[in-house]
Write a new protein. Structure first.
Lengths: 165, 198
């Protein structure tokens, strides 16, 4: 196994769960999140030689994941699938009811936020430092703090609304 | 009624199952990269072969200047098309997926707009030049054929061009336009969310 393979596997093991959270929060759909996760790591593999240690490797991977999520396109075909998926989610929520209904509701609430806000809040929930989130999203730290405050309020509101239904 | 710190606690406790393992991801990444490389290589080989095949026609002993002009135009069209394909490939490869999201989306938006205008203009250049090239080429060739062969060849060529200029063109442009419009609309919406005025 080459050095690149070893590094890639280590990177995947360390970061895949957090990147999955980001993709799941963005799409609100597990299958789509898995597709986005794979697309992200495919790009990581393709660009690994270009990584120059200017930032943390996790920051670099997050940036690739954010860009991959933002360019994720819901075509008509995908939208039709999404409508179907919404029904599946509804059914899944029922299945979850005994186990983990609250987590499913949380992902559903995140996916109702604006695209950029979904990505920021999943990074906040995964406890990334603010300076790292600012670097990943290309927003200044001062503005990010204000933005995060608003997103937290919005998410709490959405979650409570869904929880009441 | 929940507060945000309760949401944070819920998030911290939850676990997810990533369906794919590191080994599977590694082998998939390697496979996809080699598939992409092969596809791109096959595309270039195909275009070079077409270029050579048409250029080989010069070795036949054609008498009329129209035939040579026809071959030259077709060779030029194939060469220009190959260059545009190569250029497109280079622009996509240059797009930095690791750039900050706003920069990345802006460069992608510009690229998509360029591509839309290029494809619209390119289509007419391609069709007109190819039709012109074939018309010049057939002037001498048809003289050596029987009348039924002439009619069949002209019929097939005309039919193919009409089919491409109507059904195929409409479908391709419609699909591309919808896809790009959807992307641009999305880029604009997301760019607004990245606005510094929070």
């Amino acid at each position: 196994m080459s050095q690149k393979d070893v590094i890639f596997k280590e990177i995947f093991d360390k970061n895949s769960k957090k990147i999955f959270h980001l993709c799941y929060g963005y799409t609100g759909d597990k299958d789509a999140a898995n597709d986005l996760l794979q697309e992200t790591f495919l790009k990581v593999w393709q660009n690994l030689d270009k990584f120059r240690n200017k930032s943390l490797i996790s920051t670099w991977i997050y940036r690739i994941a954010v860009n991959t999520c933002l360019t994720y396109l819901r075509s008509e075909k995908r939208q039709a699938k999404d409508e179907l998926t919404d029904n599946i989610i509804e059914n899944r929520i029922e299945e979850y009811s005994e186990k983990n209904e609250q987590v499913a509701l949380l992902y559903k609430s995140i996916s109702k936020l604006e695209e950029n806000d979904r990505l920021i809040i999943t990074m906040v929930l995964d406890e990334l430092p603010y300076n790292e989130i600012a670097e990943i999203s290309g927003i200044s730290e001062g503005n990010l703090r204000v933005k995060i405050h608003r997103i937290k309020q919005k998410l709490t509101e959405l979650y409570n609304q869904h929880a009441r239904i | 009624m929940q507060e945000f710190d309760q949401i944070e606690a819920l998030w911290a406790k939850h676990t997810v199952d990533v369906k794919i393992s590191a080994d599977e991801m590694l082998s998939q990444a390697k496979k996809e990269v080699s598939t992409l490389r092969n596809k791109s290589m096959l595309n270039i080989i195909g275009m070079v072969l077409s270029f050579l095949a048409v250029a080989c026609l010069w070795f036949f002993n054609f008498q009329s200047w129209t035939t040579h002009l026809g071959i030259s135009i077709i060779v030029l069209v194939v060469a220009v098309y190959t260059l545009i394909l190569y250029n497109n490939h280079r622009i996509i490869a240059k797009n930095d997926i690791t750039a900050n999201p706003n920069q990345f989306l802006n460069s992608l938006k510009l690229y998509q707009l360029d591509r839309l205008s290029l494809y619209n203009k390119l289509y007419w250049f391609y069709t007109i030049a190819l039709s012109l090239g074939m018309t010049f080429f057939f002037v001498e060739i048809l003289n050596h054929m029987q009348i039924w062969a002439q009619i069949t060849l002209i019929g097939i060529s005309l039919g193919w061009m009409i089919f491409c200029s109507t059904l195929v063109r409409k479908a391709v442009i419609k699909r591309d336009k919808e896809r790009i419009a959807l992307l641009i609309e999305k880029f604009e919406r997301i760019s607004a969310q990245f606005n510094e005025q929070v």
